[in-house]
Design a protein around this ligand. Sequence first.
Ligand code: IMP
Ligand code: MG
Length: 182
Amino acid sequence: MHRDQDIEKIFFTEEQIHKRVRELGIQLSAEYADKNPVLVGVLKGSFVFLSDLIRAMTIHCQVEFVACSSYGAGTETSGQVKLTKDLGTDITGRHVLIVEDILDSGVTISFLKDYIASKNPASVKVCTFLDKPARRIKPFQADYVGYACEDAFVVGYGLDYAERYRNLPYIGVLKPEIYTHA
Ligand code: IMP
Ligand code: MG
């Protein structure tokens, strides 16, 4: 089976994604000029966006990763967040930009932002490629957003369903029968 055959509808094409990433790269390069920010990618979903984003940035920056668990194999949050991979560096006094694939309930990012803030960084902001504001359980506003997304479980560009579809170069929704049969 070919990954693309499971897609029902494309929400954001490869071209739309790259256009927006380039814009974010320009904006972040201006706002973090001379700040040598630490970009903290939230594994695994953000790795595709983060790799494009840093190449769209023209300033010096450092890349680190954290991992959290809150989801099982399904599409709903469990409401519980655990840090499963910690930062590999001291961020005291540093400008930190957390990079997420998508904000959904807001539970993961609220937990992470508090955790990062507790390490006394110079600043902590959040950049997410997609935002589903309609789904918030915890009120949360990202500082930088790629695109607002309608309330649907999307895959591609790093986002998975049961660990598949991260390698789609576009973002879309799966055919309904895929969600029920995985
Ligand atoms: P939150 O804690 O509910 O905001 O969930 C954030 C995390 O859930 C994201 O980093 C994703 O890994 C995952 N997630 C939320 N919505 C989707 C979706 O539509 N597709 C794929 N993963 C999602
Ligand atoms: Mg996931």
